[in-house]
Design a protein around this ligand. Structure first.
Ligand SMILES: [Zn+2]
Ligand SMILES: [Zn+2]
Ligand SMILES: [Zn+2]
Length: 193
């Protein structure tokens, strides 16, 4: 039995992530032999140049190398409460108490304000006062920003539009840039949804 994993959100720069492939599914419970309790994977990566998988757990621990996995921990073995609560609260598994739990992991849902706000990620429309946001597709006013010594035009802060580009599995929408007029993550990774 596997559970669906969240993307392995990270702020690490591209060179640290080059040989990692995000995993879409993982075991329900994991622990290393040295751990005193079972944890639950929130995300996982596979290192493509080594035979190695590492899971990032809901509590913040990383579990990799020679680890144990289980659908259900052996009776009497303790489970990390942070992992159990957050996994259920985020909808990865059923609530252990039967009560509805809620946990909103950061950087998973699209941001309220478009990540291209106040940036040069726009395509200028005729007239030069309005641009089409390259990240979310909406038309928004352009404004002069920056100081007197480095004036630049930027698209104003605006709510995220419907056509937001797919996020990078690691950096989500936080490091968007343009390449040949198309918005991509600065790390060069293909976006996934
Ligand atoms: Zn844990
Ligand atoms: Zn936008
Ligand atoms: Zn990225």
């Amino acid at each position: 039995m596997t559970v669906a994993l969240l993307p392995p959100v990270s702020s690490a720069p591209a060179e640290f992530l080059a040989d990692m492939e995000p995993l879409a599914e993982g075991p329900r419970f994991v622990r290393t032999r040295g751990m005193s309790r079972w944890h639950r994977p929130r995300s996982g990566v596979r290192f493509t140049n080594r035979d190695r998988t590492v899971y990032g757990c809901w509590c913040g621990y990383g579990v990799g190398g020679a680890f144990l996995s289980a659908d259900e921990p052996p009776a009497g073995e303790p489970v990390c409460a942070t992992c159990e609560g957050r996994a259920a609260g985020a909808g990865q598994d059923d609530s252990p108490t039967g009560r509805p739990l809620i946990f909103n992991p950061r950087h998973i849902a699209p941001p309220k304000n478009c990540p291209a706000s106040r940036s040069s990620l726009f395509e200028e429309l005729p007239g030069g006062r309005v641009g089409r946001c390259l990240a979310c597709g909406d038309m928004q006013p352009l404004r002069a920003m920056g100081g007197p010594y480095n004036p630049r035009y930027a698209i104003v802060q605006h709510p995220t539009g419907q056509a937001l580009v797919a996020p990078c599995p690691f950096h989500r929408w936080r490091q968007l840039t343009t390449r040949n007029g198309v918005v991509v993550c600065a790390c060069g990774r293909e976006p996934t949804s």
